[in-house]
Design a protein around this ligand. Structure first.
Ligand code: PMP
Length: 279
């Protein structure tokens, strides 16, 4: 497999220095972009978010959104990717270990591809989730490499035989360990506002556009654990999980324990967007 590292297309046995700030401090940011039938999906939105995340921690990338898109296209062609993802990681660069930002450091830019199919079975049947305390930091809007809180909670879910941990901070449902969380109540979609407590998901934005086009009320307001458990439908969203129904939380059925009609409608409209993306 060919990867992109600091300006060159190289073999995937290329290495990164032990002095990389991403390794030592998690001092970097990343993105994951979906590829459907060889075509990037919502790539501009992902790279605009990457540039924003970088700016929030004062990392200056030499590449523009269009440069990143061109690199992704090269990698998709070189690795012959049909369905999969491109992973993009930018760290502050190599410097002797010292907490403060080093001066005159050049970011390390890494891109590679993965092959993966859409999670069709889970999307049809829905998944189980657990709730977990959201003990992450207060800048969850930055897509940082620091994912300890996320991975600890994801592991709790997996240990419990579930696929996602729905995180709760001070009684408020924020987001999943690697997804945004939505409830449906009396025909309305409700999700946490896009502020510092969550990552403003690109899939979340697509869902909002679909809801607007379908005249489904879409409210960005906080809701608590009781509202989560009393919801008619619950679903999560992410680049790899798309619109993923949650049919059981903490061992209890959501609604009737089946994929609900609003979730199904969003899934079918999402499918249409994937098809349009091909055209
Ligand atoms: N929140 C978190 C914590 C995530 O890791 C992800 C997945 N990247 C999301 C939300 C969903 O974001 P997106 O739809 O852009 O993949």
């Amino acid at each position: 497999m060919v990867i992109f590292l600091n300006g060159s297309y190289v073999s995937n046995d290329a290495t990164i220095s032990y002095n990389d700030r991403g390794i030592q401090f998690g001092d970097g940011i990343y993105e994951v972009v979906r590829v459907y039938h060889g075509e990037l999906f919502t790539a501009t939105e992902h790279f605009e978010r990457l540039v924003r995340s970088a700016a929030e921690i004062a990392i200056e990338t030499e590449y523009t959104t269009q440069d990143y898109i061109d690199i992704c296209k090269q990698l998709i062609a070189k690795n012959n990717i049909d369905n999969g993802t491109v992973y993009i990681q930018v760290t502050r660069g190599d410097a002797p270990r010292n907490h403060a930002y080093p001066i005159d450091v050049k970011p390390n830019v890494l891109l590679y591809t993965n092959t993966s199919e859409r999670p069709m079975q889970d999307m049809q049947q829905g998944i189980k989730a657990i709730t977990a305390e959201d003990f992450r930091w207060l800048r969850c809007d930055i897509k940082s490499l620091n994912l300890l809180g996320n991975i600890m909670n994801k592991q709790k879910a997996v240990t419990a035989g579930a696929k996602e941990a729905i995180q709760i901070r001070n009684g408020i449902v924020t987001e999943g360990a690697s997804s945004n969380v939505f409830i449906v109540k009396e025909g309305k979609i409700i999700t946490h506002p896009a502020n510092n407590f969550i990552l403003n998901g690109i899939t979340r934005r697509v869902i909002k556009e679909i809801a607007d086009a379908e005249s489904i009320p879409f409210e960005e307001v906080t809701f608590d654990e009781k509202a989560l458990k009393d919801a008619d439908e619950v679903f999560i969203s992410s680049t790899s999980l798309e619109v993923m129904p949650v049919v059981e939380i903490d061992g209890e059925n959501v609604g009737q324990g089946q994929v609900g009609p609003v979730t199904k409608l969003l899934q079918s409209k999402f499918d249409e967007q994937i098809i349009t993306n091909q055209a």
